[in-house]
Design a protein around this ligand. Structure first.
Ligand code: MG
Length: 372
C-alpha cells in the first residue's frame, strides 16, 4: 500500500500553443504555432517539451495539442515518468501517427530523468562523443541578396555549412545563386535541398546540372513516395543524395538502406516521434553506412536542445545540424537562456536534463491558446 502511494508518477501535463514570431518580415509566417509541453511529477520535478508541427507533414499546432491533451495525457497521467521506453511504446499503441506530439512528451520525460539524476540528457544516452555540432544555415529567403548578406555575416562568425533551398526559383536561377553563394563564402561547404520539389522525370537532368559543383549533398530532390527515382539519382550522381521526407522511422530507414535510396539521411525528432525512435533510425543508418544529419522543422530552444543531446551521444550523426532557429529566426524564444551557439557551432547543453529553463513570462507573452 505504501509502495503504491510513494510510487513516482506523472501528476500533470500542460500544453500551450505559443506564437512563433520571426525577426522582421522574414520568410517564416509569424502565425504558425508551436506547442510547449510541461510535465510535472509527484517528486516536484517539471520536464519541458516542444513540438513545431509543419502542416505539409500532416499536423498543426492545434492537432498536436489535441493529441497531447487527449490520448497522450490519458497514457501518461499517473505513470512512472522514468519508464521512458515503455511510455513511448504506450503512446504508439494509443495513437497512430502524431510524431511531433509524441516527441514533445518524450523529451519532457528525458528532461525529468536528467533533472532527477543531475545529469544532462546526453549522459543518459551514453555520453557525449562531441561537445559542439557544426551549424548549417538555410538560404531560403526569396530575397536572395538579403540571404547573401546574412551568409557573409554567419561565415564571419564561423559558420561553414550553408544549405540552399533549390527548386523554387527556377533551374537557371538556382545555379546562379549557388555560384554567387560560392563566391561570397568560398571556404564553406554548400548543400542543396529541393524539399521534394522536382518531378521524377525531370530530376535526373536538373540534378546532373548541379553534380559538378562540389556540393556536400543534394537533399530530397523528388517527393516522398518516389523512392525509385531517389535511388536512381543516388546511383547516378557523384554528389551524395540525402533523404529527408522519404525517411521518418527506423523501418523506413531500413527500406532506405535495402533500396539504396540515398547516401545520407536527415533525422528529425518530429519525424521519428522522439529521441528513442530517432536513435533507432540512426542505428539502422549507421549499420548501413549512411551518415545522418540533425534536421528540424521550426522548433525553438527546448526541442533543439533535445536534438543536440541526441547528436552529442550519436557518433553517426556526423553531418552537422540546422539548429539556427532560436538565434536567427525567432524574435523571442520561451527559454530563459540564449540558445548555446559560438563560432559556427551549437554547444551541447551541459546542465541537468535538457539544460534549458522555461521563461514563464516569455511563454505567457507568446501563448495564444492555453490548454489543460
Ligand atoms: Mg529537408
Amino acid at each position: 500500500m505504501t509502495d503504491r502511494i510513494d510510487r513516482l508518477r506523472i501528476t500533470r501535463i500542460e500544453s500551450a500553443i505559443a506564437m512563433r514570431r520571426a525577426h522582421g518580415s522574414g520568410t517564416i509566417a509569424a502565425t504558425v504555432g508551436r506547442v510547449i509541453v510541461r510535465i510535472d511529477t509527484s517528486d516536484g520535478l517539471t520536464g519541458l517539451g516542444e513540438a513545431a508541427p509543419w502542416a505539409p507533414f500532416g499536423n498543426t499546432a492545434d492537432t498536436t495539442a489535441a493529441a497531447l491533451d487527449g490520448p497522450l495525457r490519458a497514457v501518461l497521467t499517473g505513470a512512472d515518468p522514468s519508464r521512458i521506453a515503455a511510455l513511448a511504446l504506450a503512446m504508439d499503441h494509443a495513437l497512430l501517427g502524431h510524431p511531433e506530439a509524441k516527441s514533445a512528451a518524450e523529451m519532457a520525460l528525458w528532461d525529468i530523468a536528467g533533472r532527477r539524476s543531475g545529469l544532462p540528457v546526453h549522459a543518459l544516452l551514453g555520453g557525449a562523443v562531441r561537445e559542439t555540432i557544426p551549424l548549417s544555415f538555410s538560404i531560403a529567403d526569396p530575397e536572395f541578396d538579403a540571404d547573401l548578406d546574412r551568409a557573409r555575416a554567419f561565415a564571419a562568425e564561423g559558420v561553414r555549412l550553408f544549405k540552399v533551398k533549390t527548386g523554387f526559383a527556377g533551374e537557371a536561377e538556382d545555379l546562379r545563386r549557388l555560384d554567387r553563394l560560392r563566391a561570397a563564402v568560398p571556404e564553406a561547404e554548400l548543400r542543396a535541398d529541393f524539399n521534394q520539389g522536382l518531378a521524377p522525370h525531370a530530376a535526373m537532368r536538373v540534378c546532373r546540372a548541379l553534380d559538378g559543383l562540389g556540393l556536400g549533398f543534394i537533399e530530397q530532390p523528388v517527393p516522398r513516395g518516389q523512392e525509385a527515382a531517389l535511388a536512381a539519382l543516388a546511383a547516378a550522381l557523384a554528389t551524395p543524395v540525402m533523404a529527408d521526407e522519404s525517411v521518418y522511422s527506423a523501418t523506413e530507414m531500413l527500406a532506405c538502406a535495402r533500396g539504396a535510396w540515398a547516401d545520407c539521411v536527415s533525422i528529425k525528432l518530429a519525424k521519428a516521434g522522439g529521441l528513442l525512435a530517432a536513435r533507432a533510425a540512426d542505428a539502422v543508418a549507421e549499420a548501413a553506412g549512411l551518415p545522418t544529419y540533425g534536421g528540424t522543422l521550426w522548433e525553438g530552444g527546448i526541442a533543439l536542445a533535445a536534438a543536440a543531446h541526441l547528436i552529442a551521444a550519436s557518433p553517426n550523426m556526423s553531418l552537422g545540424c540546422e539548429f539556427y532557429m532560436p538565434r536567427y529566426v525567432l524574435a523571442r524564444d520561451v527559454t530563459a537562456e540564449p540558445f548555446p551557439y559560438a563560432g559556427g557551432a551549437v554547444r551541447v547543453p551541459a546542465g541537468p536534463g535538457l539544460g534549458v529553463t522555461l521563461d514563464a513570462q516569455a511563454l505567457a507573452a507568446e501563448t495564444v491558446a492555453e490548454r489543460g
